[in-house]
Design a protein around this ligand. Structure first.
Ligand SMILES: [Zn+2]
Length: 350
């Protein structure tokens, strides 16, 4: 049934919705309220669209056109108002956010925790500095080494029993993870003529069951001095100086005869015990001394293997363990603590 007054009623509704919409838009206090108004008044299911459902009840095309035009005009007006309000609110919200998030550059910053060197690397640095002051150059060698350089040229023939003390991890039958940084001795002697004074810091490997005093991966500083008239006294003087500079002048240093295939004569270097000062206690197993490393006069065969004439030149070599130095100076009872990466333990030495 056609309602004669339907068009008037519909136009009145459009006008009312238009007024309500404009009122809601200008009252919207933030963009989410504004979005609610947009959906309510102009969305697909909005009240304004609902007015169009009256169309079939209108009497003529003219009336339909009139209503359609009124609805569209209202929509355009509402959308314009929405857009204006959106820009206005957006600016206001941006300003509010900028104000709220403003950085006060005068406030104290968040403290940054600074890192520090591992205690063993601190030891390495100190020892390297001491040797540098004594005229030693630093050289490095490969961690994966030929059996030839790691053993044979250093006077460990293939079936030599001393190899048992330095079992390691083999890459192939003739290539291995170096057991010492000593292979650099041969490389250096083949590359430069005496006088030679070098130290070789680096990681070395042993096929070792780890315990409180043994690691399968540890640091070593190898040293080599080759010149005319180098004697055992030079060796003793050099290492005593290094050890006392590192640990203190009050420390006693002792050289104890030992055997190494690549030096002759050979010695182990001991330092007087920190706990008892040499009298003997539990820390030193009653000995009064603690072992620091090995040393000796370079074996003539090794000099020859390096292309140096043993009739003209002599030299000394030594191997020191920075992990062990760290352990002794820091009063650490178990070497493995240095490798466990527990920061609570490590930061004590910072
Ligand atoms: Zn002791």
């Amino acid at each position: 049934m056609i309602d004669e007054r339907a068009i008037d009623e519909a136009l009145r509704q459009v006008e009312q919705l238009r007024a309500e919409a404009l009122q809601a838009i200008s009252a919207a206090e933030n963009t989410s309220r504004l979005e609610e108004a947009r959906i309510r008044f102009t969305g697909k299911k909005s009240v304004l669209t609902a007015v169009m459902q009256i169309m079939p009840r209108l009497r003529s095309n003219d009336e339909r056109k009139t209503l359609g035009a009124a609805v569209n005009a209202a929509k355009v007006e509402i959308e314009t108002a929405l857009e204006d309000r959106r820009l206005q609110l957006g600016r206001r919200e941006l300003e509010a956010r900028l104000e709220a998030e403003r950085v006060d550059v005068t406030l104290p910053g968040t403290p940054v925790q600074r890192g520090y060197q591992h205690p063993t690397l601190q030891t390495m640095r100190e020892l390297i500095d001491i040797f540098r002051q004594m005229g030693y150059a630093v050289v490095e060698g490969p961690e994966v080494e030929w059996d030839l350089y790691n053993f044979q040229l250093l006077n460990f023939p293939p079936d030599h029993p001393a190899r048992d003390l330095q079992d390691t991890f083999y890459v192939t039958d003739d290539m291995l993870l170096r057991t010492q940084t000593s292979p650099a001795q041969i490389r250096v002697m083949r590359e430069q003529r005496p006088p030679i004074r070098v130290i070789v810091p680096g990681l070395v490997y042993r096929d070792e069951a780890e315990d409180a005093t043994h690691l399968s991966e540890f640091f070593q500083i190898e040293g080599l001095a080759v010149d005319t008239n180098i004697t055992l006294a030079d060796l003793k003087g050099t290492l005593t100086e290094v050890v006392q500079r590192f640990f203190g002048r009050e420390r006693g240093v002792r050289f104890r005869p030992h055997y190494f295939p690549f030096t002759e004569p050979s010695a182990e270097i001991d330092i007087s015990c920190f706990a008892c000062g040499g009298a003997g206690c539990r820390s030193c197993g009653g000995e009064g001394w603690l072992e620091l490393g090995g040393a000796g006069m370079v074996h003539p065969i090794v000099l020859e293997n390096g292309g140096v004439d043993p009739e003209v030149y002599s030299g000394f070599a030594f191997g020191l363990g920075p992990d062990r130095f760290t352990m002794m100076r820091g009063n650490i009872t178990d070497l493995r603590l240095l490798r466990h990466g527990d920061v609570r333990f490590l930061e004590q030495f910072n």
